[in-house]
Design a protein around this ligand. Sequence first.
Ligand code: IYR
Length: 228
Amino acid sequence: MSKTKLIKGHPYEAYSKETYSEEEVVKRSLEYYQWLDKRRTVREFSDKPIPKEVIENIILSASTAPSGAHKQPWSFCVVSNPDLKKQIREAAEKEEYESYNGRMTEDWLKDLEPLGTDWHKPFLEIAPYLIIVFKKAYDLCPEGKKKNNYYVNESVGLAAGFLLTAIHNAGLVALTHTPSPMNFLTKLLERPENERPMLLIPVGYPVAETWVPNLGRKPIEEIATFYE
Ligand code: IYR
């Protein structure tokens, strides 16, 4: 049991954070970067099963993200049911077909060419789990009253980032898929009115021989400005 006390009438608990020597801090930051840099979006999944417990741990990891006023304005739907996965694939492909054949601009389609995407989404049936990340625009109290959430997009974006690193850490791969529009997920998953789908993330093992686009990442000079 950690130590607790009241500050201005609110409960606090003692917190101790492990710290390291400067040398160790440098080493750890580099090693973490090098490990995280190995994460890649994968589009070809194996159907090898994953224990449900792993998905629970990954979602719990995502839910450690900070959120506006600690409202935790997220909801994760986990789909492994083959019939439901099929329905999601069919609905997503219907929208994606329209997107790739008229809704997306020429520029957009050109930008996507190196990624090799198209309207076919077989991974939605093949990956053992689909995690659908919903944002809660507001909370619904038991009496039906609406309670505001804050910085909802920022909070759920952070949680999704944590989710992806937890998946990478478990030795699994994911795809941040964004079928557009996504409201078919609200209907198929019978979500309440305060939830809006943000990301559809298949999770699993990659196929035995996996190829990903040779993209590279921006160098530090391009992404960071230091004011010293
Ligand atoms: N949502 C489509 C298109 C797509 C858009 C972007 I921006 C990407 O980075 C990748 C794909 C699809 O999922 O295919």
